[in-house]
Write a protein that binds this ligand. Structure first.
Ligand code: UDP
Length: 373
């Protein structure tokens, strides 16, 4: 018997297992994939660490999460400065003085504020009901049309006025010349890649891959007192209340015979017509690794958003009203499950960053151990 059976070896499951092992508890982690790590998993291709499920940049303001991560791996000083390519013209992201200068030729923060103010129009004082209103209020119509609308509608497969406003509030807006994509105090990518972080979290923990919990629930339930489930919540309950919507992605990796292809880790294609949203050039994450930097080839990945159909990977929860209220009904069922804890992006149907996922696993573990004592 194990203390915990952890279903899913992504960041939530791996962090939970780490916490439990620190307390001398016995965990079994299972995952249906052939590799541990969930969506932070990487694969070495031609000597370059490739983020298999989309680019991951660790950033946090949470001291305890940063302390934990840096006690396990060395974080490099990668700082994300995304570039947007709109029909061949380049703009810096997130929205900052470089962007405003490129868009309007303005030079000072005052000029930029005045320009945005003039474009906000009737959205200035309202409470935004959707992403379109939120974007127009934040940055005005030029930036909305050039850098937000096309990208967002490709990414989410629906018009901006049908999407929740919080999605665009993830992006900083600043009136300084600072291209850092995040506001958090700490940021970086693990030296040696995310697989190293996952294997450090799972050190000393039994882990079985290519095992499907839902395919043989009775057997797996008999293995532990408590189950920690990190898969899609609707699937756990056999979709009995209906299906939650997710957004899926398709990744196209390519090896190219040149030292660097785009000169930056991420370039977003913000027009409507280009079928992919972004191109990731992975070697730029590994900034201090001379050997990788000097390779005369590079690996890029084009990221194509696509509709989610069962059998594909669910990446993003679509947190509109219909899905949220369906999720809350599933959540009620989950609360009535006596021996199962639900955690992570898929089981709590929330668009979380990596640090939030780790923090919630730490919190949940402490909460249940407190309840048990
Ligand atoms: N977004 C945008 N233009 C961009 C980048 C992002 O409009 O060039 C919007 C888009 O709606 C996206 C959201 O901002 O879903 C959040 O972007 P982020 O980069 O945080 O997305 P992630 O990397 O998590 O997919």
């Amino acid at each position: 018997m194990y203390d915990y059976l952890i279903v899913g070896s992504g960041l939530y499951g791996a962090t939970f297992a780490y916490m439990a092992r620190q307390q001398g508890m016995k965990c079994l982690v299972i995952d249906r994939r052939e590799q541990a790590g969930g969506n932070v998993a990487c694969r070495r291709m031609e000597g370059i660490d490739v983020h298999l499920y989309g680019p991951h940049i660790f950033h946090t303001g949470d001291e305890q999460v940063w302390r934990l991560v840096t006690s396990l791996v060395t974080m490099n000083r990668f700082t994300l400065c995304t570039i947007a390519n709109y029909r061949g013209r380049l703009y810096n992201l997130p929205f900052n003085m470089h962007t405003f200068h490129q868009m309007w030729g303005v030079v000072t923060p005052d000029e930029a504020r005045r320009k945005i103010e003039a474009q906000r129009g009737r959205y200035a004082g309202i409470t935004p009901r959707n992403l379109e209103e939120q974007a127009l209020q934040m940055v005005g119509s030029d930036i909305y049309e050039t850098l937000i609308r096309g990208y967002t509608e490709k990414q989410w497969g629906r018009p901006c006025h049908e999407l929740p406003p919080f999605i665009i509030r993830r992006l900083p807006l600043r009136f300084t010349y600072d291209n850092n994509y995040f506001n958090d105090r700490y940021q970086g990518v693990p030296e040696g890649g995310y697989n190293r972080l996952i294997s450090r979290l799972l050190e000393g923990v039994e882990c079985r891959l290519e095992c499907d919990y839902l395919a043989d629930r009775h057997y797996w339930d008999s293995q532990a007192h408590t189950i920690v489930y990190t898969g899609p919540i609707d699937e756990y309950f056999g979709y009995r209340l209906g299906r939650l919507e997710y957004r899926s992605l398709r990744f196209e990796h390519e090896v190219l015979p040149m030292q660097s292809w785009q000169g930056n880790a991420i370039v977003n294609y913000t027009d409507r017509e280009t079928p992919f949203t972004r191109i990731v050039e992975h070697k730029h994450f590994d900034i201090h690794n001379r050997e990788v930097q000097e390779l005369q080839h590079t690996v890029i990945t084009r990221e194509y958003p696509q509709a989610y159909v069962p059998g594909q990977e669910p990446y993003y929860p679509v947190n509109d009203e219909r899905n949220n209220s369906l999720y809350h009904r599933y959540e009620e069922l989950a609360q009535a499950e006596p021996h199962t804890i639900f955690g992570g992006r898929l089981a709590t149907y929330r668009y979380m960053n990596m640090d939030e996922v780790m923090a919630s696993a730490i919190r949940q573990f402490r909460l249940i151990t407190l309840q048990e004592t």
